[in-house]
Design a protein around this ligand. Structure first.
Ligand code: PLP
Length: 437
């Protein structure tokens, strides 16, 4: 194994051996190289006369550029977006995102978390999680309704074994925490390490746990860790902040579990993608919360370096332009109010859905999964195949929806105008009746 990787492993082992045990083989082997990048960083600091280190081109004191490119980007100098960003991400953006994590999750106060490492969107964060913590055959506990891409990342890429719990009880009254608990405990009995992804607001159902439910999930995870099983618990907070109802927990589960138990590693995967409505920017973050009696900061830094090494060996670094714009947007005095405005727009759409769906006529055709957050909601179709219905609605009525399994249809209210809500559900009902007759 590379000597730098070994050094990082020793730091982690000294601080918390369980975190070291949880790393995948790749995670153990990862390191951030001291080669060209660190020599360039040193030169940037000290080589005032001639700096002939890094693989970009310069003209005078600035980056060399084509005006056919730069003409489209105003208000930022080419030096702020054309050169490579560091593999860790722009330091000021990492600091700002971290500060905001404390602001958005007040109960994190007083607890140490790592400096977020910038990823190319949350998908990339999920993939890094998988590379660093999942070995072939490892068990990952996920709901039976989930973002389909987890399958690609964890199973196809890294050979994980998904064990599902039932996301909802039969009556669709609430998220099925009994099933979550029993599957987690059953897997903890059988395995030294288990991984789970906590995705709230949930894709596809649009559900976020209530405060009590969130406390219960945190308690289950901590209890399993206390009982001697290593638990990697990753919070996929892609839709963080879009919480539309009073009783909904407004903080990430990460805030409840970070730094709480030695055998519980908390990982936060989040990003600007949906929080700041910049889907194509590809700017996400990975943050760790470790519990240890000593050297927590050092162990955290070692994990940051392994994460940056994982990025270096894959995409090298993320879009500099996106990071620079995001950083400026976050520093804009209007940032909070602009976000609040869009939040209200999405909330109004979700509320309109709820109002329209109160009409008992729809019960004849489908049931509604509980939803209170995010971008989506789901319905369970009665007596008609969901995929057949999707195709029928598309072909006959020009209505596009997502079918999931035999029974479920996902509706993205995030892109639906309030005025179209009744028409949409009326058309779905008509489509169901067409297929039945
Ligand atoms: C649950 C969940 N996680 C992650 C992502 C991916 O986000 P990004 O576009 O930042 O890669 C999505 C987006 O569809 C998602 O629904």
């Amino acid at each position: 194994m590379n000597a730098i990787a070994q050094e990082l492993n020793t730091v982690i082992q000294d601080s918390n051996p369980h975190v070291y045990e949880m790393l995948s083989d790749m995670g153990k082997a990862l390191f951030f190289p001291k080669g060209i990048l660190s020599q360039s960083a040193e030169a940037k600091e000290k080589a005032g006369r001639i700096n002939a280190t890094i693989g970009i081109a310069k003209e005078g004191n600035s980056v060399l550029s084509l005006s056919s490119v730069t003409q489209y980007i105003q208000g930022i100098t080419p030096d702020e977006y054309l050169p490579y960003a560091p593999s860790f991400g722009i330091p000021a953006l990492r600091e700002k995102w971290k500060q905001d994590l404390y602001k958005k999750n007040p109960s994190l106060e007083g607890r140490s978390i790592t400096l977020p490492v910038v990823t190319s969107g949350i998908t990339h964060g999920v993939s890094i999680l998988s590379d660093m913590w999942v070995n072939k055959g490892d068990v990952i506990v996920l709901p039976d309704m989930m973002w389909g891409n987890y399958n690609m990342t964890f199973c196809v890429r890294n050979g994980a074994r998904i064990v599902h719990f039932k996301a909802y009880d039969e009556g669709l009254t609430r998220f099925n925490l009994d099933s979550f608990e029993s599957v987690m405990r059953e897997q903890a009995e059988k395995n030294d390490k288990i991984i789970t992804i906590l995705n709230f607001p949930h894709n596809p159902s649009g559900y976020t746990l209530s405060r009590e439910e969130a406390d219960r999930v945190a308690a289950i995870l901590m209890d399993i860790a206390k009982g001697g099983t290593n638990v990697v618990a990753a919070c996929d907070d892609a839709y963080f902040g879009l919480f539309f109802e009073e009783e909904t927990s407004k903080e990430s589960l990460f805030a409840k579990i970070a730094g709480r138990e030695k055998r519980l590693l908390a990982v936060k995967l989040d990003g600007a993608t949906k929080e700041d409505y910049v889907w194509g920017f590809r700017t996400g973050f990975v943050t760790y919360g470790i519990c240890a009696e000593k050297n927590v900061e050092e162990a955290g830094l070692a994990l940051e370096k392994k994460t940056a090494g994982c990025i270096r060996g894959n995409i090298s670094n993320c879009s500099h332009l996106s990071q620079s714009i995001l950083l400026k947007s976050m520093a804009d005095p209007r940032y909070d109010s602009l976000k609040a405005e869009k939040f209200e727009l999405l909330k109004a759409r979700a509320m309109k859905m709820k109002e329209v769906l109160k009409d008992p006529k729809y019960r004849e055709g489908f049931e509604v999964y509980p939803f209170n957050s995010g971008y989506f909601m789901c319905i369970r179709i009665k007596g008609v195949d969901a995929e057949k219905l999707r195709i029928h609605l598309l072909d006959q009525y020009g209505v596009g929806l997502i079918s999931m399994g035999d029974e479920n249809i996902r509706v993205a209210f995030s892109c639906l105008e309030e005025k179209d809500v009744s028409t949409l559900f009326d058309t779905i009902l008509t489509g169901i009746k067409d297929l039945r007759s």
